[in-house]
Every structure is written in C-alpha cells, then in structure tokens.
Design a protein around this ligand. Sequence first.
Ligand code: ASP
Length: 428
Amino acid sequence: MSFTQKILVAMGAGIVVGAIFSIVGAPLAPVSAVLIDGVLDAVGRIFVVLLQMIVVPLVLVSVVCGVASLGDLRTLGRVGLKSVGLFLLTTAVALVIALTLARVVSPGAGFELAGDVAYESQPPPALTDVFVNMFPANPIRALADGQMLQIIVFALLLGFAINLSGEAGRRVGAVFSDLNEVVMKLVTIVIRTAPVGVFALVATTFAAQGLDLFRPLAGYAIVLVLGLLLHVSLAYTLILRFARLSPIGFLTKMRAVLMFAFSTASSGATLPLTLATVRKRLGVGDSVASFSVPLGATINMDGTAIMLGVATVFIGNVYGIDLSFGDYLAVVLTATLASIGTAAVPSAGLIMIALVLGQVGLPVEGIALIIGIDRLLDMLRTAVNVCGDGAVACFVAQSEGVLDRATFDDPAAALDTVARPATAGAAQ
Ligand code: ASP
C-alpha cells in the first residue's frame, strides 16, 4: 500500500471505530474507557507530541538553509513579497466567498436561543501585538516556547548573516546544510508512524463528538463546508492555472497532507509532511519551499478565515443583529489579520472569533453556540489551510523558475519517500 492509502485506511477505520463508540454509547462504556480514553488517547497524543517535537528544529534549520542558499537578498525579498502578498490575497478572497455565501444562505436565522448562553472568553491578542510579537527578544526562548513567527524571523536574520560572513559563514552554512539532512531524516521516521497516529486521533475525536450536536447547527456547518470547498475549487484552482500547473495533479499529490491535516487539526503538526511533499513530490525548489511553506503554515489560514466569516454572520443572525456593508468590510479586514495571528494548533481559530465579533459589536457569548461542533469543522478548515500553503508555494516557485516541472507532472515522483526513512535521499 502507498503511504496515502495507508493514511486513508487509518482515517476511515478511525471514523468507523469512533462512530461505533459514539452511537452505541453506554453499553460500550467500559471498553471505551480502556480503549478510547486510555490506549488510543495516549497513542494520539504521543503522535502529536512527536510532530511538535520536530517542528521547531525543522523550521529553524530549513529557513536558515533556504535563506543561506538564496545567496542574493533581492531574490529573498521577492519570494517573501510574493508569498506574503498571495497569502493575504487568498485569505481576503476566502472571506469574500464566506461572507457572500453566508449572506445568501443566512444560517442561524430563526435559531432558538435555548436558555443562557455562556462563554468564558479568552482575551484575543491585540492586532498590533501580533506584529510586534514577531520579533524575538530572546531567540532561545522563542525556540523553547515554539513561537513560530519569532523563530522564522530569527532564522531569516541568521541566514542573512551566514550569507554575509564569507569563509566563516560558509562553514556554518555547511553545518546547517548537514543538519537539514538529519532533521529531514527525523521527519521521515516520525511520519512513518502516521497511520497509527492518525487512526488513534480520528477514532478518539469521532468517539467524543456525537454527530447529534450537528443537527441544530446544520445550517452553519453546511455553509462553512460549502465555503471551504468553493475556496479550494475557485481560488487555488485559479492560482495554479495562472502558473500553468494542473490543479488535479496538485490535489492528488497533496492528498496525504490534507488527510494528515484533517486528522491532526493542526497546520503546525502537518508542516513536516507539507514541506516534504511540496519539495519532493511537487518539485518546488528548496529556496522557495523552505521559506514559503513554514511561513504559510504559520500565517496563512484561509480555512480559518472562512470559519471566522461564516461564524460572524451566523452569530449575528442568531441574535437578530443585522450587519451593514461597512461591518462586512470590517470583518474582511479584521478576520484576515486575525487569521494571521491564529496559532497553527487545534481550536486556535475559536479564540480569534472574539476579536472579529468585538470589531462589529456582536456578543462574544455567541461563540458558545458553535464550540460543540468546532473540532470536526476545525479538521476540515485545517486541511484547507495547508492546501493554500502548498498552492502558493507552487505558484511562487513557478514564477521564480525553481519549480521542477518533470517532478510536478510525474504522478509517481518521490512516491512514498516520506514514509520510507531507509530510502537513500528520502525527502531531502
Ligand atoms: N487548527 C487550525 C490550524 O492549525 C487553526 C484553527 O483553529 O483555525 O490550521
């Protein structure tokens, strides 16, 4: 079986096992306590911890190598501008799609508010802090705390310095380049455990999330899913078409990444696989991939933006508060920035809704309405988030002339390298 098939089987089996426990309920409680809440919960958590373990060294080493290998700072500026520009543009488009769809379908109109709706709001960060916090006062602390944006900024500067340091820079650069190979090998080793980890994560999630929760919120969930699908089929297809690349070829190769993102609900945890896939299977040159993909995983969250847009309209409808055109514009702006500040971990988007709701004067308690079903929707939006990172990386690489067309077009390119650590040269 190929790696993608294994992940697919693991995910399918996880859904079935989880759904059985959720549907049968009480009679299976003793088994569930041992199997779901015990063994599978532990296995799933270990898997996520292993992924988190490799993300910090991976981002540091790959961004330093990417910058050091660019040689010329102008190229980096161009790649950076194109990537960030496209991340912002696709996010704004995602919001326009979400708001238009939500406005037309109007989910939540006529929704009966049952009793008190209470939500302990966690304060969202101030928007200026999102930018100021990009800069690390202490790089070691940034690494220890896993502050991705700070790590990226530090790695960028370190890469520059290596570039400008002549002979000493070349020596340090060579060390980083060797480290890069070793870290990528570590990635392949961890990712090899993915089928087991994915099964455990999906089974525990589906066992805990009764599908009954969805019924009263079906309108919200359906509009959100439609928005996600539309965005992938419109925005990413267009970007890839502009770059004269096949969207179907792209999605086929991204399948394992999307399933991985779905299972972990974390762009950060998916990053090692996203990076390996974009480099090895889609042929994106290292100079673009090693910079664009980690940055995208951290700041590019189109799926989250769609959720923020739909949730805002839904909560407005439930409370019978009409949003003006100006409010919609404010939502596009705030939610684009909020999605940048969203951490690449499960449920991070929920915290950011408070920011958008506050901006347009909607009650923050409204978040309580959608919390119950957020986990499953988080899985879907995370898949869209990582899909966007891949599409933008392909576009930027193609426009910079560093996309290996033969690799992109070859369906078997580097097939399974990420799942076979023993293979020489895997995922370099
Ligand atoms: N789970 C999402 C991600 O990691 C963030 C969110 O909650 O929207 O991409």
